[in-house]
Design a protein around this ligand. Structure first.
Ligand code: KG4
Ligand code: ZN
Length: 352
């Protein structure tokens, strides 16, 4: 029996979760810092670090209580070590290391994007490798090729803004607060997606990269030109922006799935909670006999289940390390598994 305590603090959520050896979720607690940022309409790293310090102990206690476990019933700890904001990453990783060291149990550093990819690990329908993963969030938008033993490479990525960032910036101009993706999703349901023609950049180019900054500029211009917007006008902008972003993501994913000859696509990151992304991917991949794994909506945004499950998935390849790892704010994809592997040579702690 292995119980894994996962920590995710790379940005603006203090998240702690417990999963068991079958990847079953025993608890998942997310303290969102959205309230702290309401007046700034974006993340402020220093405020974030302080909020993580204030919340992490309490959040851990709640996660353990909900899982009905005492600290010494935890067998392994997992924590995000990058990419992300340095202060928030340090708070989570140091707390996790302290927890693990105090109990003399192993700790696994987990790449944040790898966590998003692995959030459905252990659930029915989560595919075996090889598969493609589309991870689209506020900070990242890329398609990954996940091969045997979770060897992962980038197939295509945004060359400027992330998809979630485009949603958030348009939402900010519409006065929808931060983050705006969920609100735009709701308003788009009553808007006309054809009302405004926003560009779908690089749609016909044969690579798998995205670009969202032209779309963002075009939407910001439309907001200014049509000022003041009616309630219906706001919904129409939301639906048209959503349509263009989803069109870009789905077109490239479909083409990449055929080019890489995979049967399955996994999606993750906050934008994977979007209603139209989910509908279009399921429908269009289904039409070419490929499956899509859609995590529950609350598992698309940052959480610690994804970190604990990613650690569990790779535990089999003996990636347990000591407590000496550092956080890496600009951690790149090629380091998804390599950093922990290198440190594997250092003393491996085992529960006594
Ligand atoms: O994965 P996540 O929680 O954090 C990062 O790692 O960035 O993603 C947050 C992003 C935000 O940009 C937010 O606006 C977007 O995901 N988002 C959505 C939806 N829910 C969250 N975008 C579109 N539709 C949604 N339903
Ligand atoms: Zn994320």
């Amino acid at each position: 029996m292995t119980n894994i305590l996962g920590f995710e603090t790379s940005c603006d959520d203090t998240a702690v979760a417990v999963v068991d050896h079958n990847a079953r979720v025993l608890s998942s607690v997310v303290y969102s810092q959205v309230k702290e940022y309401s007046q700034f309409l974006g993340v402020v790293p220093e405020i974030g670090s302080r909020a993580h310090i204030e919340q992490i102990h309490k959040t851990t206690q709640i996660a353990l209580k909900k899982a009905n476990l005492l600290p010494d019933q935890i067998d392994m700890v997992a924590a995000t070590f990058g990419p992300g904001l340095i202060g928030p990453l340090m708070v989570g990783a140091q707390f996790a290391k302290g927890f693990a060291a105090g109990l003399n149990i192993p700790i696994v550093p987990v790449h944040h994007i790898f966590g998003h990819i692995m959030v459905g690990f252990g659930e029915p329908g989560f595919p075996e490798t090889p598969f493609l993963a589309l991870i689209a969030s506020g900070g990242h938008s890329a398609i990954y090729h996940c091969r045997e033993n979770y060897q992962i490479s980038v197939v295509g990525q945004t060359i400027d803004d992330a998809a979630g960032e485009a949603f958030d910036k348009v939402g900010r101009a519409l006065g929808l607060g931060y983050p705006a993706g969920k609100k735009i999703d709701q308003l788009a349901r009553v808007g006309d997606p054809q009302k405004f023609k926003f560009p779908v950049a690089m749609r016909h180019q044969h690579h798998f990269n995205f670009s969202f900054s032209g779309l963002k500029t075009s939407a910001l211009n439309a907001i200014t030109q049509n000022n003041p917007l009616t309630k219906q006008g706001v919904s129409d902008i939301c639906a048209s922006v959503e349509h263009a972003i989803v069109e870009a993501l789905v077109t490239k994913v479909l083409r990449a799935a055929q080019r890489y000859n995979v049967d399955s696509v996994v999606v993750g990151g906050g934008v994977a909670a979007n209603t139209l992304v989910r509908q279009k991917l399921a429908q269009q991949l289904g039409e070419v006999n490929k499956s899509v794994f859609l995590p529950a909506k609350d598992m698309c945004t940052d959480n610690a289940v994804m970190i604990a499950r990613a650690a569990l998935a790779t535990k089999k390849s003996e990636r347990l390390v000591d407590y000496g790892f550092d956080v890496v704010p600009n951690l790149c994809v090629s380091k998804m598994l390599q950093v922990p592997m290198k440190q594997q040579k250092v003393a491996i702690k085992q529960k006594q």
